[in-house]
Design a protein around this ligand. Sequence first.
Ligand SMILES: [Zn+2]
Length: 324
Amino acid sequence: MSQNVLRVEHLSAAPGTAVQGYWEIAEMQDGTPARLPVALLNGKEDGPLLYLQAVSDGDELNGIAVIRQILRRVEPARLRGGIIAVLIVNTHAFHHRQAFSPVDGKKMNRCFPGHPDGTSSERIAHQIFHKAVLQADLCIDLHQGGVRPMIDEVRVRVDRRKRYHRDSFELARVFGIGYILDSEGPEGQLARAAPERGIPTIDPELGGCHGWDASSIGKGVTGVENVLRHYNMLPGRPRIPERQIVVDAFIPLLSNRGGFIEYQADLYAHLQTEEVVAHITDPFGNVLETLRAPHETIFWSKSLYPMVAAGETVATLGKNIRYI
Ligand SMILES: [Zn+2]
Protein backbone atom coordinates (compact mmCIF):
# COMPACT_ATOMS: atom_id res chain seq x y z
CA MET A 1 0.00 0.00 0.00
CA SER A 2 1.15 3.49 -0.78
CA GLN A 3 1.72 5.77 2.17
CA ASN A 4 2.44 8.77 -0.02
CA VAL A 5 0.11 11.72 -0.34
CA LEU A 6 0.15 13.10 -3.89
CA ARG A 7 0.62 16.88 -3.88
CA VAL A 8 0.69 19.72 -6.39
CA GLU A 9 0.74 23.17 -4.80
CA HIS A 10 -2.12 23.30 -2.26
CA LEU A 11 -3.91 20.26 -3.74
CA SER A 12 -3.32 16.89 -2.16
CA ALA A 13 -4.77 13.40 -2.59
CA ALA A 14 -4.38 10.68 0.01
CA PRO A 15 -3.79 7.10 -1.19
CA GLY A 16 -6.94 5.69 -2.81
CA THR A 17 -8.51 9.11 -3.48
CA ALA A 18 -9.04 11.55 -6.35
CA VAL A 19 -8.98 15.34 -6.00
CA GLN A 20 -9.93 18.03 -8.52
CA GLY A 21 -9.18 21.71 -8.07
CA TYR A 22 -7.54 24.81 -9.44
CA TRP A 23 -3.94 25.90 -9.33
CA GLU A 24 -3.51 29.68 -9.23
CA ILE A 25 -0.45 30.07 -11.39
CA ALA A 26 -0.52 33.65 -12.74
CA GLU A 27 -2.40 36.93 -12.56
CA MET A 28 -4.47 38.68 -15.19
CA GLN A 29 -4.36 42.44 -15.78
CA ASP A 30 -6.95 43.26 -13.11
CA GLY A 31 -5.35 40.97 -10.56
CA THR A 32 -7.76 38.08 -11.13
CA PRO A 33 -5.85 34.83 -10.64
CA ALA A 34 -5.24 32.76 -13.79
CA ARG A 35 -5.88 29.19 -12.65
CA LEU A 36 -5.29 25.81 -14.18
CA PRO A 37 -7.69 22.89 -13.66
CA VAL A 38 -5.73 20.05 -12.04
CA ALA A 39 -6.76 16.49 -11.18
CA LEU A 40 -4.85 14.18 -8.87
CA LEU A 41 -5.51 10.44 -8.77
CA ASN A 42 -3.64 8.60 -6.08
CA GLY A 43 -3.78 4.80 -6.28
CA LYS A 44 -4.07 2.59 -3.24
CA GLU A 45 -0.90 0.79 -4.18
CA ASP A 46 2.55 2.16 -4.97
CA GLY A 47 3.50 2.39 -8.62
CA PRO A 48 4.64 4.80 -11.33
CA LEU A 49 3.45 8.40 -11.44
CA LEU A 50 2.07 9.54 -14.81
CA TYR A 51 1.93 13.25 -15.69
CA LEU A 52 -0.70 14.18 -18.29
CA GLN A 53 -1.31 17.61 -19.75
CA ALA A 54 -3.48 19.19 -22.45
CA VAL A 55 -4.02 22.55 -24.16
CA SER A 56 -0.37 23.58 -24.13
CA ASP A 57 -1.35 25.16 -27.44
CA GLY A 58 -4.51 27.10 -26.62
CA ASP A 59 -6.62 25.92 -29.58
CA GLU A 60 -5.80 22.21 -29.29
CA LEU A 61 -8.81 20.90 -27.41
CA ASN A 62 -8.89 17.13 -28.07
CA GLY A 63 -6.48 16.50 -25.18
CA ILE A 64 -8.79 17.99 -22.56
CA ALA A 65 -11.57 15.63 -23.73
CA VAL A 66 -9.15 12.68 -23.43
CA ILE A 67 -8.23 13.58 -19.84
CA ARG A 68 -11.90 14.06 -18.87
CA GLN A 69 -12.65 10.51 -20.08
CA ILE A 70 -9.63 9.11 -18.23
CA LEU A 71 -10.85 10.81 -15.03
CA ARG A 72 -14.27 9.17 -15.49
CA ARG A 73 -12.82 5.74 -16.19
CA VAL A 74 -9.97 5.36 -13.71
CA GLU A 75 -10.94 4.60 -10.12
CA PRO A 76 -8.18 5.31 -7.59
CA ALA A 77 -9.08 2.07 -5.79
CA ARG A 78 -7.99 0.13 -8.91
CA LEU A 79 -4.99 2.30 -9.75
CA ARG A 80 -1.39 1.39 -8.97
CA GLY A 81 0.71 4.56 -8.68
CA GLY A 82 -0.75 7.96 -9.46
CA ILE A 83 -1.77 10.46 -12.11
CA ILE A 84 -1.26 14.23 -12.11
CA ALA A 85 -3.32 15.85 -14.89
CA VAL A 86 -3.24 19.52 -15.86
CA LEU A 87 -6.22 19.91 -18.20
CA ILE A 88 -5.54 23.42 -19.56
CA VAL A 89 -1.89 24.47 -19.54
CA ASN A 90 -1.93 27.58 -21.73
CA THR A 91 -4.80 29.37 -20.00
CA HIS A 92 -4.23 32.79 -21.60
CA ALA A 93 -4.21 31.33 -25.14
CA PHE A 94 -7.18 29.07 -24.38
CA HIS A 95 -9.37 32.02 -23.35
CA HIS A 96 -8.49 33.74 -26.63
CA ARG A 97 -9.15 30.54 -28.66
CA GLN A 98 -5.69 30.72 -30.20
CA ALA A 99 -2.48 28.67 -30.10
CA PHE A 100 -0.07 31.29 -28.74
CA SER A 101 -0.34 33.24 -25.49
CA PRO A 102 -1.71 36.74 -26.16
CA VAL A 103 0.30 38.02 -23.17
CA ASP A 104 3.80 37.41 -24.53
CA GLY A 105 3.10 36.06 -28.04
CA LYS A 106 4.93 32.82 -27.21
CA LYS A 107 4.18 29.20 -27.96
CA MET A 108 4.11 27.40 -24.60
CA ASN A 109 5.71 24.31 -26.14
CA ARG A 110 8.91 26.28 -26.80
CA CYS A 111 9.20 27.45 -23.19
CA PHE A 112 10.00 24.29 -21.19
CA PRO A 113 11.61 23.86 -18.69
CA GLY A 114 10.64 27.50 -18.20
CA HIS A 115 12.19 30.42 -16.38
CA PRO A 116 11.13 31.87 -13.00
CA ASP A 117 11.94 35.44 -14.08
CA GLY A 118 10.93 35.08 -17.72
CA THR A 119 7.85 36.09 -19.69
CA SER A 120 4.35 34.92 -18.77
CA SER A 121 4.55 31.60 -20.69
CA GLU A 122 8.07 30.90 -19.36
CA ARG A 123 6.94 31.48 -15.77
CA ILE A 124 3.91 29.20 -16.14
CA ALA A 125 6.06 26.53 -17.83
CA HIS A 126 8.61 26.81 -15.03
CA GLN A 127 6.04 26.20 -12.31
CA ILE A 128 4.40 23.31 -14.15
CA PHE A 129 7.75 21.71 -14.92
CA HIS A 130 9.20 22.00 -11.44
CA LYS A 131 6.10 21.39 -9.31
CA ALA A 132 4.30 18.74 -11.38
CA VAL A 133 6.32 17.24 -14.27
CA LEU A 134 9.46 16.51 -12.24
CA GLN A 135 7.46 14.33 -9.84
CA ALA A 136 6.56 11.97 -12.69
CA ASP A 137 8.05 8.72 -13.98
CA LEU A 138 6.24 9.06 -17.33
CA CYS A 139 4.90 12.10 -19.15
CA ILE A 140 2.29 12.54 -21.90
CA ASP A 141 1.80 16.00 -23.45
CA LEU A 142 -1.42 15.85 -25.49
CA HIS A 143 -1.39 17.92 -28.69
CA GLN A 144 -2.91 17.93 -32.16
CA GLY A 145 -2.08 19.53 -35.51
CA GLY A 146 -3.85 22.73 -34.51
CA VAL A 147 -6.98 23.16 -36.62
CA ARG A 148 -5.24 21.78 -39.74
CA PRO A 149 -6.35 18.20 -40.63
CA MET A 150 -3.64 15.72 -39.65
CA ILE A 151 -3.39 11.99 -39.02
CA ASP A 152 -3.51 10.71 -35.43
CA GLU A 153 0.11 10.08 -34.45
CA VAL A 154 2.60 10.28 -31.59
CA ARG A 155 5.94 12.07 -31.49
CA VAL A 156 9.25 11.23 -29.87
CA ARG A 157 11.19 14.47 -29.56
CA VAL A 158 14.45 13.30 -27.94
CA ASP A 159 17.63 13.05 -30.01
CA ARG A 160 18.22 9.39 -30.84
CA ARG A 161 21.74 9.51 -29.38
CA LYS A 162 20.53 10.81 -26.03
CA ARG A 163 19.58 9.00 -22.87
CA TYR A 164 15.90 8.32 -22.50
CA HIS A 165 15.31 8.19 -26.24
CA ARG A 166 14.77 4.46 -25.91
CA ASP A 167 12.32 4.79 -23.03
CA SER A 168 10.43 7.60 -24.77
CA PHE A 169 10.23 5.57 -27.98
CA GLU A 170 8.94 2.60 -26.00
CA LEU A 171 6.27 4.86 -24.47
CA ALA A 172 5.27 5.91 -28.02
CA ARG A 173 5.08 2.27 -29.13
CA VAL A 174 2.93 1.39 -26.13
CA PHE A 175 0.60 4.36 -26.75
CA GLY A 176 -0.17 2.33 -29.87
CA ILE A 177 -1.77 4.88 -32.15
CA GLY A 178 -0.10 3.32 -35.21
CA TYR A 179 2.03 6.22 -36.51
CA ILE A 180 5.18 7.61 -34.86
CA LEU A 181 7.37 10.60 -35.71
CA ASP A 182 10.84 9.91 -34.28
CA SER A 183 12.64 13.22 -34.67
CA GLU A 184 14.35 15.56 -32.23
CA GLY A 185 12.05 18.48 -31.50
CA PRO A 186 12.89 22.16 -31.20
CA GLU A 187 14.32 23.47 -27.95
CA GLY A 188 11.68 24.20 -25.33
CA GLN A 189 9.34 21.33 -26.13
CA LEU A 190 8.21 19.44 -23.05
CA ALA A 191 8.82 16.16 -24.89
CA ARG A 192 12.46 17.21 -25.25
CA ALA A 193 13.00 18.97 -21.89
CA ALA A 194 11.48 16.30 -19.62
CA PRO A 195 13.56 13.37 -21.00
CA GLU A 196 16.66 15.50 -20.36
CA ARG A 197 15.66 15.26 -16.70
CA GLY A 198 15.15 11.50 -16.93
CA ILE A 199 11.41 11.37 -17.60
CA PRO A 200 10.34 9.42 -20.71
CA THR A 201 7.89 11.67 -22.57
CA ILE A 202 5.73 11.57 -25.66
CA ASP A 203 3.75 14.15 -27.58
CA PRO A 204 0.64 12.49 -29.05
CA GLU A 205 -0.83 14.54 -31.91
CA LEU A 206 -4.54 13.74 -31.95
CA GLY A 207 -5.60 14.75 -35.44
CA GLY A 208 -6.29 18.36 -36.25
CA CYS A 209 -9.66 20.09 -36.08
CA HIS A 210 -11.72 22.90 -34.64
CA GLY A 211 -13.28 21.87 -31.34
CA TRP A 212 -13.49 18.17 -30.45
CA ASP A 213 -13.12 15.22 -32.81
CA ALA A 214 -14.61 12.01 -31.40
CA SER A 215 -12.39 9.64 -33.40
CA SER A 216 -9.11 11.35 -32.40
CA ILE A 217 -10.28 11.62 -28.78
CA GLY A 218 -11.14 7.90 -28.74
CA LYS A 219 -7.65 7.02 -29.97
CA GLY A 220 -6.14 9.28 -27.31
CA VAL A 221 -8.13 7.58 -24.54
CA THR A 222 -7.04 4.15 -25.81
CA GLY A 223 -3.44 5.39 -25.91
CA VAL A 224 -3.45 6.62 -22.31
CA GLU A 225 -5.16 3.42 -21.14
CA ASN A 226 -2.58 1.36 -23.05
CA VAL A 227 0.16 3.20 -21.13
CA LEU A 228 -1.61 2.66 -17.79
CA ARG A 229 -1.98 -1.07 -18.51
CA HIS A 230 1.49 -1.65 -19.96
CA TYR A 231 3.18 -0.08 -16.92
CA ASN A 232 0.91 -2.12 -14.61
CA MET A 233 -0.93 0.92 -13.27
CA LEU A 234 -4.25 -0.61 -14.32
CA PRO A 235 -5.18 -4.29 -14.75
CA GLY A 236 -5.68 -5.68 -18.23
CA ARG A 237 -3.70 -5.95 -21.44
CA PRO A 238 -2.89 -2.94 -23.64
CA ARG A 239 -4.21 -2.98 -27.23
CA ILE A 240 -1.01 -2.28 -29.17
CA PRO A 241 -1.09 -2.80 -32.97
CA GLU A 242 1.21 -5.56 -34.24
CA ARG A 243 2.68 -3.23 -36.84
CA GLN A 244 3.20 0.52 -36.51
CA ILE A 245 4.71 2.98 -38.97
CA VAL A 246 7.64 5.21 -38.00
CA VAL A 247 8.93 8.21 -39.96
CA ASP A 248 11.80 10.50 -38.98
CA ALA A 249 11.21 13.64 -41.07
CA PHE A 250 8.61 15.62 -42.97
CA ILE A 251 8.61 17.02 -46.49
CA PRO A 252 6.31 19.97 -47.22
CA LEU A 253 4.65 19.75 -50.62
CA LEU A 254 4.40 23.35 -51.86
CA SER A 255 2.18 24.76 -54.55
CA ASN A 256 3.92 26.72 -57.30
CA ARG A 257 0.67 28.32 -58.37
CA GLY A 258 -2.11 30.13 -56.57
CA GLY A 259 -5.48 28.42 -56.81
CA PHE A 260 -7.72 25.71 -55.44
CA ILE A 261 -6.59 22.28 -54.25
CA GLU A 262 -8.22 19.12 -55.57
CA TYR A 263 -6.71 16.30 -53.53
CA GLN A 264 -6.19 13.02 -55.38
CA ALA A 265 -5.08 11.15 -52.23
CA ASP A 266 -6.16 11.38 -48.60
CA LEU A 267 -4.55 11.45 -45.18
CA TYR A 268 -2.84 8.15 -44.17
CA ALA A 269 -2.19 7.25 -47.84
CA HIS A 270 1.09 5.38 -48.35
CA LEU A 271 2.29 7.29 -51.41
CA GLN A 272 4.74 5.89 -53.94
CA THR A 273 7.34 8.10 -55.65
CA GLU A 274 5.66 10.28 -58.31
CA GLU A 275 2.17 9.40 -57.10
CA VAL A 276 -0.25 12.30 -57.64
CA VAL A 277 -1.22 14.06 -54.41
CA ALA A 278 -3.22 17.04 -55.69
CA HIS A 279 -4.12 19.18 -58.66
CA ILE A 280 -3.99 22.95 -58.29
CA THR A 281 -6.80 24.51 -60.30
CA ASP A 282 -7.89 28.02 -61.23
CA PRO A 283 -11.20 29.41 -59.91
CA PHE A 284 -12.99 27.85 -62.95
CA GLY A 285 -11.59 24.37 -62.21
CA ASN A 286 -8.93 24.23 -64.95
CA VAL A 287 -5.79 22.38 -63.83
CA LEU A 288 -2.77 24.65 -63.41
CA GLU A 289 -0.33 22.10 -62.03
CA THR A 290 -0.15 18.59 -60.62
CA LEU A 291 1.75 17.93 -57.38
CA ARG A 292 3.37 14.52 -56.90
CA ALA A 293 5.06 12.77 -53.98
CA PRO A 294 8.83 13.26 -54.40
CA HIS A 295 9.53 10.05 -52.42
CA GLU A 296 7.74 7.10 -50.91
CA THR A 297 5.93 8.84 -48.05
CA ILE A 298 2.89 8.88 -45.76
CA PHE A 299 0.30 11.63 -46.35
CA TRP A 300 0.54 13.24 -42.88
CA SER A 301 -1.36 16.55 -42.94
CA LYS A 302 -3.26 18.70 -45.40
CA SER A 303 -4.66 22.18 -45.83
CA LEU A 304 -7.70 23.28 -43.83
CA TYR A 305 -8.96 25.45 -46.69
CA PRO A 306 -9.21 24.39 -50.35
CA MET A 307 -7.25 27.39 -51.63
CA VAL A 308 -3.50 28.09 -51.64
CA ALA A 309 -1.16 30.88 -52.66
CA ALA A 310 2.01 30.11 -54.62
CA GLY A 311 4.57 28.76 -52.15
CA GLU A 312 2.00 27.63 -49.62
CA THR A 313 1.98 24.10 -48.16
CA VAL A 314 -0.58 21.78 -49.76
CA ALA A 315 0.46 18.66 -47.86
CA THR A 316 3.02 17.48 -45.34
CA LEU A 317 4.49 14.06 -46.09
CA GLY A 318 6.29 11.76 -43.63
CA LYS A 319 9.45 10.18 -45.05
CA ASN A 320 12.00 7.42 -44.30
CA ILE A 321 9.26 4.93 -43.49
CA ARG A 322 10.05 1.98 -41.29
CA TYR A 323 7.94 -0.50 -39.38
CA ILE A 324 8.04 -1.65 -35.78
ZN1 LIG B 1 0.42 21.57 -30.13
